[in-house]
Design a protein around this ligand. Structure first.
Ligand code: ADP
Length: 500
């Protein structure tokens, strides 16, 4: 089966979060399931400045955007020296700071940038002679592609045969734009209704894609159920519930070639669950690096986008109680300015106990995983979460709020579960600072029992959260979508527009 995967970010080329890691690591695993994949993404400044082996293909695209034609270039590279990746180069749109915006806010022309990408990607597929059985789109940035394939391109001889899968990595980001962008998108106003793309007088790209995609999935089972509720549905719970029969949950996998303390080149010493001596060295190195005294106290790491989603309001709310414990904390993150300010202030208040690093730094992220005893992730919601899975492998025991993918992967430390090798972290349910504090206190207490702690760490380190499991789930979904789409094509009458 031929798969065309479209994403706005792909590791190692450009990344703001977990989406990039997923698209950068899943395709090679799909090959084992007879799915031949190629990927497309924009050619951002970050990509151009990275030292990647990317060459022009010699092909150009030219697509309508509003009332003019915009052209771009198709570039070519490789993921893991096996999977082709094509880049759409259009410097006016992509050669700038930030993938989607800067700390001051989103780029104002994001709608135009990703309308162009969607159209250019479809044209590039034709120019390159790709004949995908399925187009796999990720998040709002590529959400228009399934819409185009069932509207403007529904009679396209090469592309209309492709089924579509929309993967929602985070429902909170929907691609909302004002209604006057309809002509920019190039769709007839008849699609600006609540049945299709309209959402309270705005255009909602993700909603359109939920309506038109053959199948939809989120990145954990639990999140796929949660988003059908008012609490987690971000206003789209009704649209999602309407498509519940076509909505699945597939847990993200970890790329252990990147995230494994036995082979990690970023960390001071290598270690495994059989021999943890290297972890002590990594902890001491992290303490030195972050200006913390080298002491045997629990070191709590936290690597995150600094956004409400990640539970920073909870952390800030009970920070003084947390810091009253005999612990050390290392935080690495970037995001909302108010969290930059709040966390920096906390760092100044607790010198020698708390290290706050406001930046995006992959090397430091690896060093924190390796040097931490515990990893903090009290998310308000979490579609999957990768950091808790990396932490398990590095023996940094996760302390999480039990929601979405965190609920699907972290089993709370109670004696019965610890004994049978299941417990791998600390989990609390209610989104409440007192509950977070209680979970941290419990972790600190278990840490003081060396044997129990080692067992808990080793439980997590031994677990396998690799793509080997989840890639097979995606292959099954692809087949299901292709079957469904084939039946739909067979039954299609003369209508020019069809909803999946
Ligand atoms: P999300 O995709 O919601 O941001 P995930 O846990 O799924 O959260 O993935 C986050 C990814 O981004 C991880 O690979 C994590 O290490 C990385 N990351 C987040 N913030 C930073 C940062 N400031 N520096 C380096 N890596 C970061």
């Amino acid at each position: 089966m031929e798969i065309l995967m479209l994403s706005s970010e792909v590791t190692p080329f450009a990344k703001t979060g977990g989406l990039a890691d997923v698209v950068g690591s899943l395709p090679p695993y799909l090959e084992e399931h007879a799915c031949k994949t190629c990927v497309m993404m924009p050619y951002y400044r970050q990509v151009a400045r990275g030292r990647f082996d990317i060459k022009p293909t010699g092909h150009a695209v030219s697509v309508p955007v509003r009332d003019r034609m915009v052209s771009g270039e198709i570039m070519e590279g490789c993921i893991n020296s096996s999977v082709p990746i094509y880049f759409i180069r259009q410097d006016d749109y992509y050669d700038r700071e930030g993938l989607y915006g800067t700390p001051e806010g989103d780029h104002e022309d994001n709608c135009e940038r990703f309308v162009f990408f969607a159209r250019a990607a479809l044209q590039a597929a034709k120019i390159l002679g790709l004949k995908p059985d399925l187009v796999h789109c990720h998040d709002w940035q590529t959400a228009l592609v399934p819409v185009y394939l069932r509207t403007t391109h529904s009679r396209d001889p090469e592309l209309s045969r492709a089924a579509t899968l929309l993967t929602i990595h985070n429902l909170a980001y929907q691609g909302l734009f004002w209604h006057l962008d309809m002509p920019l998108i190039g769709l007839d106003w008849s699609y600006f209704t609540p049945e299709y793309l309209e959402y309270y007088e705005k255009i909602n790209l993700l909603k359109g894609s939920i309506v038109f995609s053959t199948l939809i999935n989120t990145v954990s089972e639990k999140y796929s159920r949660e988003i059908q509720t008012v609490e987690y549905g971000c206003g789209l719970e009704g649209v999602l519930a309407n498509r519940r029969k076509d909505l699945y949950g597939v847990l993200n996998g970890v790329d252990y070639s990147q995230w494994n303390p036995e082979t990690d080149e970023f960390i001071t010493a290598r270690y495994s669950h059989d021999d943890l001596s290297g972890k002590k060295k990594c902890k001491a190195a992290l303490q030195k690096m972050c200006g913390l005294p080298v002491r045997n106290v629990p070191l709590i790491g936290c690597i995150s986008r600094l956004a409400d989603q990640k539970g920073f309001d909870l952390i800030v709310g009970v920070a003084d109680d947390i810091m009253a414990l005999d612990i050390q904390v290392v935080i690495l993150g970037t995001g909302e300015q108010r969290y930059h300010d709040l966390l920096k202030k906390m760092g100044r208040k607790y010198p020698g106990k708390m290290s706050v690093n406001i930046k995006f730094d992959n090397r430091l992220a690896h060093q924190i995983e390796a040097g931490s005893d515990m990893f903090l992730m009290p998310s308000r919601y979490e579609p999957c979460g990768l950091n808790q899975l990396y932490s398990l492998k590095y023996g940094a025991v996760p302390i999480v709020r039990s929601t979405g993918g965190l609920a699907d992967t972290i089993t709370n430390c109670v004696p019965s579960k610890l004994k049978v090798g299941k417990a791998n972290g600390f989990a609390f349910r209610e989104y409440d600072g007192a509950k977070l504090l209680a979970a941290i206190r419990k972790a600190v207490q278990v840490y003081s029992d060396g044997r129990a702690w080692k067992r808990l760490m080793v439980n997590g380190m031994k677990q396998d959260w690799s793509w080997s499991r989840s890639a097979g789930e995606y292959a099954k979904l692809y087949r299901k979508a292709v079957d469904k789409h084939r039946k739909y094509l067979e039954s299609r009458s003369g209508a020019a527009t069809d909803v999946a």
